[in-house]
Design a protein around this ligand. Structure first.
Ligand code: GCO
Length: 256
C-alpha cells in the first residue's frame, strides 16, 4: 500500500522519448503509481510496440508520435491531445541523443542536433504543457532529465554537456515563472545507467572499469532505479519542491 502522497491516480503523464531506455522505465514507474501515460517517440512502430508492452501489464497508455525538436509538430501534438480531451498533468522531458566527438571535430549541424534534441525540445514541449496547465489552473509537474554532465564535463561529449547544463538552468527558469501557478519544475540527473545509449561504453572494458571505480556503488545504474525519484517529483509529495535537480548516480558526484 503506497502512501497517498505518492499516488498518481487520476493524473496523465507525457514522457518524451519513452519508446525505450530511461524514458520507458520512468513512464512505467509513473504508471505503476497510477498515472495514465502518453508515450512519445519519433518512430511510430517502435512507439506502438512499447505502448502495447505497457498495456499488456494493465497500464492505460496513449501514443503521441512527434519530433520534439519540431515546433510545429509539438504544437500539433498538443492540439491533438486537446481535441482528445487529454490534459497533461505531468511532463517528463526525457528525449535526448548522445554524440561522442571532440569539439574541434564537430560540425555546427552536429552541435545543433544535440542542443535541439536535448535542450530546446524541453523548452518547446514544456511551453505547450505549461500554457495548458496555467490555463486549467490546477497546477502541474515538469520533470526535466539532466545528467552528471549537468554538473561536470567529460571530454568528447561537449554538446551533450552544454545541453544538460542548460537543462539544469532551464529547470530553474521554469521554477521561477511557473511556481506561482502551482507548477513544480524539477530535474533528475541520472548517473551512468545501463541503457542502449551507453552500450558502447559498457562494452569498453576500460570505461566500464572507470565507471565502477569512480562510482561509490561500484556498478552501473538500472533504468528502473529512476522510477522512485520520478514518482516523488510527479506527486503531491514534492508540492513545495521547485528548481531542484536530484542526482541518481550511485554517489558518483558526491566523491572525488
Ligand atoms: C557519456 C555518457 C553519459 C551518460 C550520462 C551520465 O558518454 O559520458 O553517455 O553522458 O549517459 O549522461 O549522467
Amino acid at each position: 500500500m503506497s502512501h497517498p502522497l505518492f499516488n498518481l491516480a487520476g493524473k496523465t503523464a507525457l514522457v518524451t522519448g519513452s519508446s525505450r531506455g530511461l524514458g520507458h522505465a520512468i513512464a512505467e514507474g509513473l504508471a505503476q503509481a497510477g498515472a495514465r501515460l502518453v508515450l512519445n517517440g519519433v518512430d511510430p512502430e517502435r512507439l506502438a510496440r512499447s505502448a502495447e508492452a505497457l498495456r499488456a501489464k494493465g497500464h492505460a497508455v496513449d501514443e503521441a508520435a512527434f519530433d520534439v525538436t519540431d515546433e510545429a509538430a509539438v504544437c500539433a501534438a498538443f492540439a491533438r491531445l486537446d481535441a482528445a480531451g487529454v490534459a497533461v498533468d505531468i511532463l517528463v522531458n526525457n528525449a535526448g541523443i548522445q554524440l561522442r566527438k571532440p569539439l574541434v571535430d564537430l560540425s555546427a549541424a552536429e552541435w545543433g542536433r544535440v542542443i535541439d534534441t536535448n535542450l530546446t525540445s524541453a523548452f518547446l514541449v514544456g511551453r505547450e504543457a505549461a500554457r495548458r496547465m496555467i490555463a486549467r489552473g490546477q497546477g502541474g509537474k515538469v520533470i526535466n532529465i539532466g545528467s552528471l554532465t549537468s554538473e561536470a564535463a567529460r571530454a568528447t561529449v561537449g554538446p551533450y554537456t552544454a545541453a544538460k547544463g542548460g537543462i539544469k538552468m532551464l529547470t530553474r527558469a521554469m521554477a521561477a515563472e511557473w511556481a506561482e501557478h502551482g507548477i513544480q519544475a524539477n530535474a533528475i540527473g541520472p548517473g551512468y545507467m545501463a541503457t542502449e545509449m551507453n552500450t558502447a561504453l559498457m562494452d569498453n572494458p576500460s570505461f566500464d572499469a572507470w565507471v565502477k571505480g569512480r562510482t561509490p556503488a561500484r556498478r552501473w545504474g538500472r533504468p528502473d532505479e529512476l522510477a522512485g525519484t520520478a514518482i516523488y517529483l510527479a506527486s503531491a509529495a514534492s508540492d513545495y519542491v521547485s528548481g531542484q535537480i536530484i542526482y541518481v548516480d550511485g554517489g558518483m558526484l558526491a566523491v572525488l
